[in-house]
Design a binder for this molecule. Structure first.
Ligand code: PPS
Ligand code: ADP
Length: 261
C-alpha cells in the first residue's frame, strides 16, 4: 500500500521520490513522554488519555524533495526593537524570490489569535514559546523553512524548544542589539511607556532577557569593519548560513533515485 502511494505521489509531482520512510510512531511516543501502554495500544500523554500517534503516508524527506529544501526552524530572539520582525520579513522575502517555501510566525501576530489568552508573566511567556515551538516543529517536519520572531527572553524556554527537535532542525538566531539602540528606535513607544511605568514587566527594563549561550547565528548591529548593518545585510548573512549548510536544497535521496528536477 505504501509503495502504491509513493508511486502515485511520484507521478503527481513528476519526480522519482525516495520510498516511504519507516513508521515513526514509536519515536513520537518516546519524545512525548508516554506514561503507559504496550506497543500498538493507546496511551496517555499529559492530560490527553487513550491516544495514539498516527503516521502519515508522505514522509518528511519526500516533502523536502518536492520542495527542494530542508525543513528548519530559524528562531529569532532578542529585545523588543532589535529587528527580529524586520530581518525575518526581509529574509522571508529573499527566500520567496529564490522559490523557497516559508512560514513566518511573529510575536505580535500570533498574540492576535492562537496565543491571545496569554500575557507577559514568566509563565505566560513560557506557554507562548512552548506553543510556537510545537507549531514550528510541525512546519519544519513538513519541509518548510520556518521563521519565528519572538522575544523569547528565557533561555530554558528556548532550550526546551530546541530539545523537542532533531539535530539541525533548530537554529537560534540572536539579534544582539544593545538596549540603548532598541530604546532609541522604539517604533511603538513601548520603552518610553515602560520607563514611565505605564507598562510593567517590560523586557530589558523591569523584566529579564537571558542572552543565548549557544546561538547558531549571532547578528550584531555593526559588521566586522564597524559599519552599521542594514536589515538586508543581516538577512543576507543568514541566507548565506542556510545556503552553506544545505538547507536550501533537498537532502540527498536516502533510497532509490534522487529527485530529477
Ligand atoms: N511587557 C512586555 N514585554 C515585552 N514585550 C511586550 C510587553 N508588552 C507588550 N509587548 C509587545 O509584545 C511583543 C512581544 O511578544 P512576544 O510574544 O515576542 O514575547 S515573549 O516571547 O512571550 O516574551 C513585543 O513586540 P516586539 O517589539 O516586536 O518584540 C511588544 O510589542
Ligand atoms: N538593521 C536595521 N537597521 C536599522 N533599523 C532597523 C534594522 N532592523 C530593524 N530596524 C528598525 O528597528 C525598528 C524595530 O524593528 P522590529 O523589526 O520591529 O524589531 P522587533 O521585531 O525585534 O521588535 C523598526 O523601526 C525597524 O525599521
Amino acid at each position: 500500500m505504501l509503495a502504491t502511494a509513493a508511486r502515485r505521489i511520484s507521478q503527481q509531482c513528476g519526480r522519482t521520490l525516495a520510498p516511504m520512510a519507516a513508521a515513526s510512531g514509536a519515536l513520537q511516543q518516546q519524545v512525548a513522554g508516554v506514561t503507559s501502554g504496550p506497543a500498538g495500544a493507546v496511551y496517555n500523554v499529559g492530560k490527553a488519555t487513550n491516544i495514539k500517534f498516527h503516521d502519515g503516508m508522505v514522509p518528511r524527506d519526500t516533502k523536502e524533495e518536492i520542495l527542494g529544501q530542508k525543513g528548519v526552524v530559524l528562531w529569532f530572539t532578542g529585545l523588543s526593537g532589535s529587528g527580529k520582525s524586520t530581518v525575518a520579513c526581509t529574509l522571508e522575502h529573499a527566500l520567496a524570490q529564490r522559490g523557497r517555501m516559508t512560514v513566518l510566525l511573529d510575536g505580535d501576530n500570533v498574540r492576535h489569535g492562537l496565543n491571545k489568552n496569554l500575557g507577559f508573566t514568566a509563565q505566560d511567556r513560557e506557554e507562548n514559546i512552548r506553543r510556537i515551538g510545537e507549531v514550528s516543529k510541525l512546519f519544519a517536519e513538513s519541509g518548510v523553512i520556518t521563521l519565528t520572531s519572538f522575544i523569547s527572553p528565557y533561555r530554558k524556554d528556548r532550550e526546551s524548544v530546541r530539545a523537542r527537535m532533531a539535530d539541525g532542525d533548530f537554529l537560534e538566531c540572536y539579534m544582539r542589539i544593545p538596549i540603548e539602540l532598541c530604546e532609541q528606535r522604539d517604533p511603538k513607544g513601548l520603552y518610553k511607556a515602560a520607563r514611565a511605568g505605564k507598562i510593567k514587566n517590560f523586557t530589558g527594563i523591569d523584566d529579564p532577557y537571558e542572552e543565548p549561550d549557544k546561538a547558531e547565528i549571532v547578528v550584531d548591529a555593526r559588521d566586522a569593519a564597524g559599519n552599521m548593518q542594514s536589515a538586508e545585510d543581516m538577512a543576507a548573512t543568514i541566507m548565506q548560513y542556510l545556503e552553506e549548510r544545505g538547507y536550501l536544497s533537498a537532502p540527498a535521496a536516502s533510497g532509490t533515485e534522487a529527485a530529477t528536477a
